[in-house]
Structures are given as C-alpha cells and as structure tokens.
Ligand binder design. Structure first.
Ligand code: CS2
Ligand code: MN
Length: 362
C-alpha cells in the first residue's frame, strides 16, 4: 500500500507541500487541476506544471482526484460524446506524466453532502456533520448550495463547482426522468468508451461511492452498496474499471460491511484507491465525522486495515476527512493536523498487523 495525502494546490490549500512531506510514512500526493471547468480538457502544460510543483517539494504526484464527469454524461444528453472525448484527452495528458490512477464519481448534481461543515464537538474540536432531519426537510436544493457556500470558511469545496451549482434548478429538472437504471446505463456508456483508452494508457479508473450512500433530494444513486459496486464492475469487465473504496462514505450505512467489501473487491483486484476514515452513525440516521480512531466512531479501523492486508492490497491509500482541531484555519475536512494523525494511526495499525502476523507464524 502506498500512503498518500490530498492537496488542493498552492493557490487554494492552506497546507504547504513541505509540511506534507514531513508526515511520517508519506508516499505521495493526491491532487488535481482545479480551475479547468468540468468537461473541458486539462491542458498538457497545466498537468505538467502540477507534477513539477509537487515533485519540486520532494514528493510524487500519485493519484488524480478527481477528473469530474460532466452532468451531460450522467444525463445521457446529446453533448455527452464531446465530453467523453474531452475526458479521454485529459486521461491521455495524465498518462503522459505517468499517472496510474484516476478517481471520479457519478453522483448527480451534488458530490458529498453535509449540513454542518464545522459542527462543534464536546472536546472543543469541530467536524463535518450530516443531519438527516434537516436534509429530509429541504425541498429547495438551491438552499443547500447557499448553506454549503456560507459554511465553507471561504475555501472552494471539492465537487461543488460553481458552474454546476449555478444550474441547480435546471439540473434537478433534467434528472426528474432519470432513474437508477438510466443512470447506470449512462455510466456503462461512459465506461465502455473510456476503459479501452485506460487500458492503452495504463490508467486505473476508481469510482468513488455516493456520500451518503442513499438517495437524497429524490436523485438517483448507483454506488451505494456491494450490489451496486458488483453491477458497475460488470459494466466494463476490465481491471482498469475499479473503485475507490471510501470507508466513511459507504460506512454511513450500517448495512455495508466494509471489511467484507474490501475482501471481495480487493481479492478481485478492483480496489485501486482506499479512502480510510471513520464515521459515527447516530440513531436518527445522522452522521458525524469523527477522528480516525476506531473507538471514536462506528467503524473498526483495525478490521478495515486487516482486510486490506489480507488481500495483499498494493494500491494507493489516503486518510479521508479529518476534524478541525487546534484552531487550524483550513478547508472543512481537509486540515493538516487531524489527517496527519489519521495517517500515523493507519500506519501504526498496518505495522502491528504485519508484525503480529510474523509472530503468529513463530
Ligand atoms: C470527498 C469527495 O470523500 C471524499 O473523498 O471529499 O469529494 C471525493 O473526492 C469525490 O467524491 C471523488 O470524486
Ligand atoms: Mn472519500
């Protein structure tokens, strides 16, 4: 496994690459070109510039998260072929700089959804929070967009691109006629076009699950559980069609057995990227993003790391969202401190699992 850390670029991240380099066991950076509108080709010189910048700090650019998918592709709109062509051109440019793994998602309109970006916790820290009762009451999703913007501390939020969100009303209208089958067919069309190029370029595609893993605002969702993942892997039967196994996103649903999913899809060689974090499920269906520590949340991070170890996982891993601690001024979920603690913890679990196995043999 190669441990990585997500970085939003010099202009838009509060964390300098030099700090990331000082995290013990760090194996590289996860990043993206953020200011090219979704659907357009990422220019070669921008992609090269990003790589040079990251490498200048002594780190490697390992994973791209995300090359976002234009809504017209998800909606199977007539313009989709042009956007798919552009997507393939971006992949080619990424292959030229040696990228081997691209993360993306297929969530309609909204990427991850929360009601509070800095919800105060008892210990004085804050965390991202999903209040189910609040979400269930929202009838006008543009309110959601305004709330996310207000609460984001002035930072842009991944997956909440302005050009998409300015069209929220129109997009909701367009999705009225799209059900899960329709969305899955659109994903199949996309994968059938893109995967042959991924094979040629040696880039593994890693779809990120829906967050939260259930329908919200009446929009279809197709990456919620084991069955969904099995179906999407069949859409293009190639090792290049794989997943980002995000424990926090999938683990928001008690029905999802994360270690079992890791064993199943990891053994099949279809997990290319692991997002490892904890989440505390509440009785009313609300969710709080806790520290990574098992005893703080609903997931057992030892079992998760053990499953990765047992299947011989050799892909990329990163800690996912962290709490906001020690008064850090940063993008919600993406501060340095709690994610660095997350890495230290995951590396500790990994070392103990490996050494424990050796002593079992003796
Ligand atoms: C999120 C997402 O959980 C996460 O990793 O922060 O924004 C994620 O990066 C995208 O859904 C992947 O396309
Ligand atoms: Mn994730």
């Amino acid at each position: 496994m190669k441990m990585t850390f997500r970085w939003y670029g010099a202009k838009d991240d509060s964390i300098p690459l030099q700090y990331i380099r000082q995290i013990p066991g760090i194996g590289g950076v996860v990043s993206a070109v953020y200011d090219v509108p979704v659907g357009e080709v990422w220019p070669r010189e921008r992609v090269r510039g990003l790589k040079n910048e990251v490498e200048g700090s002594g780190l490697g650019l390992e994973v791209i998260e995300s090359v976002n998918v234009h809504e017209d592709i998800k909606l199977a709109a007539p313009a989709r072929d042009r956007y798919i062509e552009n997507y393939i051109k971006t992949l080619k440019n990424l292959a030229e700089i040696g990228i081997k793994c691209v993360c993306y998602n297929f969530m309609p309109v909204f990427d991850w959804t929360r009601t509070d970006l800095f919800k105060p916790l008892k210990d004085g820290s804050s965390a991202m929070f999903y209040d189910k009762r609040v979400i269930d009451k929202i009838t006008d999703p543009s309110k959601m967009v305004r709330a996310m913007r207000r609460g984001s501390n002035g930072f842009s939020l991944p997956g909440w691109e302005p050009e998409r969100l300015n069209r929220v009303g129109e997009l909701f209208q367009a999705y009225q006629t799209v059900d899960e089958e329709g969305l899955r067919a659109a994903l199949g069309y996309f994968l059938k076009a893109v995967i042959p190029y991924c094979e040629r370029y040696d880039i593994k595609m890693a779809i990120h699950p829906d967050d939260p893993p259930w329908r919200i605002f009446g929009l279809p969702r197709i990456v919620k559980d084991e069955r969904d993942i099995a179906l999407l892997l069949e859409l293009a039967d190639s090792p290049y069609n794989g997943v980002t196994l995000c424990s926090g996103s999938l683990g928001a649903s008690p029905a999802n057995d994360i270690p079992a999913m890791i064993r199943k899809f990891g053994k099949a060689g279809r997990i290319h990227f692991a997002h490892v974090r904890n989440v505390l499920r509440q009785d009313d269906g609300s969710l709080c993003e806790t520290s990574h520590l098992s005893s703080d949340g609903s997931l057992d991070l030892y079992d998760i790391m053990k499953a990765y170890h047992d299947v011989g996982f050799d892909g990329y891993m990163r800690p996912d969202h962290g709490r906001n601690i020690w008064d850090e001024k940063c993008r919600p979920g993406y501060g340095l401190y709690d994610r660095a603690l997350g890495i230290a913890y995951l590396n500790g679990l990994d070392e103990a699992i490996k050494k424990g196995e050796k002593s079992d043999v003796i």
